[in-house]
Design a protein around this ligand. Sequence first.
Ligand SMILES: Nc1ncnc2c1ncn2[C@@H]1O[C@H](COP(=O)(O)OP(=O)(O)OP(=O)(O)O)[C@@H](O)[C@H]1O
Length: 297
Amino acid sequence: MGAALLQISGLTKTYNKRIILDNINMSVQEGTIVGLVGPNGVGKTTLMKCILELTPFSQGEIVVNGQTITARKKPKITEIGALIESPGLYTYLSGMDNIRLYTNDVDEALLERVITIFKMDHYIQKKVSGYSLGMRQKVGILQAIITGKKVVILDEPINGLDPQSVVDFRTIIQDLAATGVTFLISSHLISELERLADNLYILNNGGHLEAFDIRGGDANHWFELATTNNNKLLTELTQATISTHQAHGRVVVNLATEATTKTVFNIIAANHIEVTEIRQTDDDLEMQILDQMKRGK
Ligand SMILES: Nc1ncnc2c1ncn2[C@@H]1O[C@H](COP(=O)(O)OP(=O)(O)OP(=O)(O)O)[C@@H](O)[C@H]1O
């Protein structure tokens, strides 16, 4: 781990006087993979566009590999590759021609390796007009990473990829990160980001960005309780401002602290509810992130 390759300080962005990004701060160290999640329309793409200078912002500063962007200062950022929204490809050209047209600066060994991993050999020389969504997406990913830039921004890169390709994508990205490439990746697939990313940020409605501790914090503290009166328990827990919801016919609750655990079981006893089964949830992180998103509203 070295210096911060991407540093965002006090970034504020509005569209028609509506605040989309509100005093955003983010620091991404060299060789790390940062995930970005948030509800639809919250501003994830807008944040990425600010970093790529595709949209102006009113306040704050973004530093990419030592080059500083402000509301007034717009340097040509050299060390950045990106896939934003869906890849803009010329459909009458082949995937390979699209890549060659996009840049002269191709890392040939990397290109060959990614084509092999993504199993693109049989179509990369054919016209894009015959490609599926996932095939186009892979060309877009290639364009973003193939020039060997130090910082790569990928907006919903897993969209349209089949399960094997998602695994292949993870291999490609983690291998590159191990060589020092720094990634900011947005996705709605939280479970995939959990596997892929080193750090996670949540962008909430109102444009507030929060760091999420992906490897620690409340992990492994979510439990599903099968009880004789789920509705009563849900109501009582909610009244006691304890995070809870129902899943698989059980009450799901976070028992991260001793105090919460005591409160939950006191509520159960006081209401004569019987617990017939307790099991740890296997989707802890997803629950926590959704919970943090709800609280961030
Ligand atoms: N050019 C624009 N002019 C005005 N408003 C815009 C413009 N582009 C985006 N917005 C608004 O900014 C907000 C954030 O949009 P953005 O595309 O960044 O969201 P997102 O988090 O990437 O959403 P999704 O998860 O659905 O892709 C939305 O409310 C959108 O309507």
